[in-house]
Ligand binder design. Structure first.
Ligand code: URA
Length: 234
């Protein structure tokens, strides 16, 4: 791919704006040699104002999503893309969230520009387990674990029962729920179906990938072994 296209696709500007960067001599190789728009050079050797470029397509990011941010590219309020460098919203292929978290849910959120990977993570067939920690408004009754594990729980206005899910009770009003599906507001609706209410919700893991100690609002690119961990490898 010609350099002008490669750099425009990373969101650094329109083709016209990137052409201007070339004209100004701001794009060089790793040795400081000025590059031209039609050159073909390996991504890793390109510098803009002496700095390496953003990662090439095939990117997977993890973010510690804060409360109060929406997983959307357009919303009147704060959106998760506000937490990334602005030019990352202009990348092609586009960077999308892998599934969503509600505005009022915090925790592990993934982004990628790899459509095949995105579908593999969210497909029910992959059975990638998402792990949530819920703080509840009422004490657990004791039968919730069996109901969630039964594979027969039907949520309101749905036509197929939920697949079995696993509940770990962490305290009277605190539980960890592991689900393989990703239906709309699933965790909140599951607790509502057993007469409870979720006061706070946090996702701590997707498959074998844990959020760990990534601070709230921060993000980082994943290494290949971390992407493999989503599917149980790594
Ligand atoms: N279930 C919910 O209810 N909300 C989320 O954000 C994720 C799962």
């Amino acid at each position: 791919m010609k350099l002008v296209k490669l750099i425009a696709n990373l969101g650094y500007g329109s083709r016209k704006e990137v052409t201007a960067l070339f004209r100004e001599g701001r794009i060089t190789d790793a040795d400081g040699e000025v590059l031209y728009a039609d050159d073909k050079v390996e991504h890793a050797r390109i510098r803009l104002d002496g700095e390496p470029l953003d990662p090439p397509p095939g990117l997977v990011l993890m973010m510690h999503k804060p409360l109060g941010y929406t997983c959307s590219t357009k919303d009147a309020g704060r959106i998760v893309y506000d937490l990334l460098p602005p030019r990352w919203r202009a990348r092609s292929p586009a960077l999308s969230t892998i599934g969503r978290l509600d505005r009022d849910t915090s925790g592990l959120l993934l982004f990628t520009d790899d459509g095949a990977l995105l579908h593999r993570v969210i497909s029910p067939r992959s059975n990638v387990v998402k792990v949530y920690e819920a703080t509840l408004a009422h004490d657990l009754r004791g039968d919730e674990g069996a109901i969630f594990a039964s594979g027969t729980l039907m949520l309101e206005s749905e036509t197929t029962p939920l697949a079995p899910a696993h509940l770990d009770v962490l305290g009277p009003r605190h539980a960890r729920l592991s689900i393989g599906e990703g239906r709309y507001h699933q965790v909140r609706r599951m607790f509502a179906a057993v007469g409870n209410h979720v006061d706070a919700l946090h996702r701590s893991a997707i498959g074998g990938l844990e959020l760990g100690d990534l601070p709230v609002g921060q993000w980082r690119a994943l290494a290949a072994h971390e992407v493999a961990a989503i599917f149980g490898g790594g």
